[in-house]
Design a protein around this ligand. Structure first.
Ligand SMILES: *[C@@H]1O[C@H](CO)[C@@H](O)[C@H](O)[C@H]1NC(C)=O
Ligand SMILES: *[C@@H]1O[C@H](CO)[C@@H](O)[C@H](O)[C@H]1NC(C)=O
Length: 342
């Protein structure tokens, strides 16, 4: 565990990515507990699950329906610009560097925000830096995970992107700009980028925003800006071929056995504290969680007794054991459990 110093304030997005340094009982829990559990439930027969056993009434649940795509209710993909969307100006206002933080998902959404921030500022985006200190201790940078050329090509009508800030030659000397370091407010409005950040960028030639997760408001009253974020997420960000091949071969193997389900367990101190899932712990443990919540997250009135009942808590290791045991002893499922230890 080397997550201290990564404290974040959480808003409506929920806990994602690293939390603070878990200590005491929770260190044991966190280490012992499965972080990632892929549970493959291969339904041997296409009919209903498990016949009459368990508490589910077979008439109420049609297993096949569970595996269908969710109905879109009229929603449709919205990535291409629908109004005038000029190419980025040749003249750049400077370079934008960002350091994403948190879990992979949170970092992915930070990349979407970085592209939009660069667009708003008429800036040149430097390939976003990923969080190498996260709990999985993976040193891979953007280049190691995503297809860089595809990323730059896909977004060429949106922003200029470079892999690094080019060196500047001045009076026979080469100079490297690092960027003026700024800490953006959480969920910063567009105006922050066009005023405070832009001013510093013009003064210094480059800015370095860190940390950069949840640093641009989610709700922006400009559909074209929202579409740009979709373009980044659904089109520009593509994993590298070796990652795609490996993941496809895993998924193919799982699918060959039938349907499968993956569960991100997330039974960890920061998530439990964030979601207010304290009811299954003893009083001493509850006070640790409550204290952690107070120190790290925005205040919110939570009725602790209700959190689990309304589905706000991650499955406990016990819950998962029941699920896995039940499905396997009923002869309707196969499970593969991956333990991610850190
Ligand atoms: C960015 O460039 C466009 C024109 O290409 C201009 O309308 C806009 O005001 C510029 N924004 C900033 C922050 O420089
Ligand atoms: C697993 O499930 C079976 C019935 O589905 C039950 O008899 C058994 O006690 C369970 N094992 C555990 C460890 O709970």
């Amino acid at each position: 565990m080397r997550r201290s110093g990564l404290h974040r304030q959480h808003g409506k997005q929920g806990a994602g990515g690293g939390g603070g340094g878990a200590k005491g009982i929770y260190t044991k829990l966190t280490i012992a507990v499965v972080v990632l559990l892929i549970c493959t439930l291969s339904l041997l027969f296409s009919a209903t699950i498990g016949g009459n056993r368990g508490s589910l009434e077979p008439s109420e649940i049609n297993a096949e329906e569970l595996w269908e795509s969710a109905k879109s209710s009229g929603w449709r993909p919205s990535s291409a610009p629908r109004s005038d969307w000029p190419s980025p100006p040749r003249e750049t206002n400077g370079y934008l560097r960002v350091r994403c933080n948190g879990g992979l998902n949170q970092q992915r959404s930070a990349i979407c925000n970085a592209v939009l921030a660069a667009r708003i500022m008429n800036a040149t985006l430097v390939l976003p830096e990923l969080d190498a200190n996260s709990f999985w201790h993976d040193e891979s940078g953007f280049q190691g995970i995503y297809d860089v050329e595809h990323f730059i090509q896909t977004l060429k009508y949106d922003v200029q992107i470079v892999e690094s800030i080019p060196e500047i030659r001045k009076n026979g000397k080469t100079k490297k700009i690092k960027g003026y370091q700024l800490r953006p407010p959480r969920d910063a409005p567009i105006e922050w980028y066009t005023t405070v950040a832009l001013k510093k960028m013009q003064e210094h030639g480059a800015i370095y925003l860190t940390p950069f997760s949840h640093r641009l408001a989610e709700e922006i009253d400009n559909p074209e800006y929202q579409r740009l974020r979709c373009r980044v997420n659904y089109h520009a960000l593509r994993f590298k071929p070796n990652i795609m091949q490996l993941s496809e071969s895993i998924v193919d193997k799982l699918r060959a056995q039938g349907h499968f389900m993956s569960i991100h367990l997330r039974f960890e101190m920061d998530m439990l504290a964030f979601a207010g899932c304290v009811d299954i712990f003893n009083l001493e443990e509850q006070s640790i969680l409550k204290k952690y919540r107070k120190e790290n997250f925005a205040e919110k009135r939570l009725v602790y007794k209700e959190r689990r009942a309304i589905g706000k808590c991650p499955l406990t290791p016990e819950d998962v054991a029941y699920l896995v045991n039940h499905s396997s002893t009923q002869g309707v499922a196969r499970e593969m459990v991956l333990i991610y230890k850190y």
